[in-house]
Design a protein around this ligand. Structure first.
Ligand SMILES: [Zn+2]
Length: 223
């Protein structure tokens, strides 16, 4: 008989997500960011004290507060729907009807199973059906969904779904190539391996469009 802790260890160790949306509770935003920072500060303090750290040491004195602020304001700041970037779109006046690829978007996220960094690149593409979106908005959408405890597959799908909604087209694709420090720096300790996930919507399901997108990703950018 496998007990619950073992089952949950197994799920986390294998990086399996249990749902397509982030498992956020209904009451997640009942308290303010500042109240969260105060609570997390005490929690981090407690973890460090349990580990035996001397928190009167000058170097560590500020750590609980620093970590709490970083959790709420930075690395998990994308949990709050109020912080979702406005994805304003514009008329495609110049009638550009080909694929647009925004590649090598820097990605910093956090694995929800180990709370360790996921570092990599996201490549996003769409084919306009009349609307276009600002280039930096694509980076911002990636950043917003990355700043949560995440699973790479879910993150890839969320980026595609958000752009599909904003652009009013199914023709959106995303590929993410990322290193998970929970794999690279502990556990199996494989520093070389990376994880590639992809989501191809609409016209990108066509092998030729998919190939074109993947070929653009491989282009070396010289300037
Ligand atoms: Zn992990």
């Amino acid at each position: 008989m496998i007990n619950n802790d073992e089952l949950h260890d197994e799920i986390g160790d294998n990086h399996i997500a249990s749902c397509a949306t982030n498992p956020v509770r209904e009451d997640a935003f009942d308290i303010t960011d500042d109240e969260k920072i105060e609570k997390i500060k005490k929690d981090v303090e407690s973890i460090l004290l349990t580990l035996g750290m001397d928190l009167t040491d000058d170097s560590m004195k500020g750590t609980p507060n620093r970590v709490a602020k970083m959790f709420v304001k930075e690395i998990f700041g994308g949990l709050n729907p109020a912080k979702k970037p406005k994805a304003s779109t514009f008329d495609n006046n110049y009638k550009y009807g080909e694929m647009l690829v925004e590649k090598n978007i820097t990605l910093y996220s956090t694995c929800e199973h180990h709370l360790l960094p996921i570092i990599g690149r996201a490549h996003v593409a769409y084919i306009s059906n009349g609307r276009v979106i600002g280039l930096s908005k694509m980076n911002r959408i990636v950043e917003y969904y990355a700043k949560r405890p995440q699973v790479q597959e879910r993150l890839t799908m969320q980026i595609v779904q958000e752009l599909q909604k904003a652009l009013g087209t199914e023709d959106v694709a995303c590929v993410i190539d990322a290193k998970h420090l929970c794999v690279n720096s502990r556990g199996i300790n494989d520093i070389e391996s990376s994880t590639v996930t992809s989501e191809f919507g609409g016209k990108f399901k066509d092998p030729q469009a998919r190939r074109e997108f993947l070929d653009y990703i491989k282009l070396e950018t010289k300037f």
